[in-house]
Ligand binder design. Structure first.
Ligand code: OAD
Length: 234
């Protein structure tokens, strides 16, 4: 089976109704990123940060995977598929993808404030108990915090993502402005003879040559990618 790696960003979930981060009306326009997505912001006002992620978790209950997530999942019938996502939502999982690397954490999980990366203290919240409050403690006795990689923090799963690029045949980027590193740098690890497709309705700056840009929304773009390219290489 040919091996495809997808790199996805907020744009793939936009058609499900989840805001992107940048651009008009993006999440970072309405919430100062340094308050809700940095360790310093969390130290300063943990209640506000917990509340921000509680709200985003609640919002997840109201949304469902769209066709782009579903087509990515369905490709597992014909390809060896890995999804590397910057998204913290669980829409790839709910669409049925089985091999997902969450670079920036997962909204449905919480972890220890003292040791955020210690797997022993990571816990998945149940849909009927999504809210974390001050005083809720992780198994090590520290405050539970969102299992989110904030700005200025290490990205522990980047090595898994680089590893996933070994022997790939096709690399597909969907709905990311490629502004945030190290995720954006993954493209540099893709060998130059591997075809790269980029699906985004807006212009995205890519330095690499030979990227086939599909200037469409995620679902329409995925349909196009399958019909025009993937159905011919299986
Ligand atoms: P951005 O908000 O920076 O970029 C979203 C991209 O999606 C843009 O290129 C849009 O043009 C595109 N887009 C919008 N609608 C789309 C649609 N219907 N179909 C396809 N694409 C569409 O989001 P990311 O690049 O994912 O990190 O942001 C990267 C990281 O920055 C996030 O993971 C988050 C954020 O700060 C953390 O929270 C650590």
């Amino acid at each position: 089976m040919k091996k495809i790696v997808f790199l996805t960003g907020a744009g793939i979930s936009a058609e499900s109704g989840i805001s992107t981060f940048r651009g008009g009306g993006g999440l970072w326009d309405n919430y100062p990123v340094e308050q809700v997505a940095t360790p310093e912001g969390y130290r300063e006002n943990p209640a506000l940060v917990l509340e921000f992620y509680n709200k985003r978790r609640m919002q997840l209950l109201d949304v469902v995977p769209n066709d782009a997530h579903k087509i990515v999942a369905a490709l597992e019938n014909d390809f060896d598929v890995t999804v590397v996502t910057q998204n913290v939502d669980d829409l790839h999982e709910r669409a049925g993808s089985s091999n997902i690397i969450h670079l920036h954490g997962e909204l449905m999980k919480v972890c220890s404030s003292r040791e955020p990366y210690n797997e022993n203290y990571v816990e998945t919240l149940s849909p009927d108990n999504l809210c974390v409050k001050l005083g809720d403690l992780a198994a090590d006795g520290s405050q539970k915090r969102p299992f989110i990689v904030w700005f200025g923090e290490a990205v522990p799963r980047i090595e898994d993502a680089v590893w996933a690029l070994r022997d790939i045949d096709i690399f597909v980027i969907i709905g990311t402005s490629l502004n945030v590193y190290p995720a954006a740098g993954l493209l540099n690890y893709v060998p130059s003879d591997v075809p790269v497709y980029l699906i985004d309705p807006n212009e995205v700056n890519v330095t690499r040559r030979n990227v086939t840009v599909i200037r469409k929304g995620a679902s329409e773009g995925m349909r196009f990618l399958v019909e025009e390219y993937l159905s011919k290489v299986k």
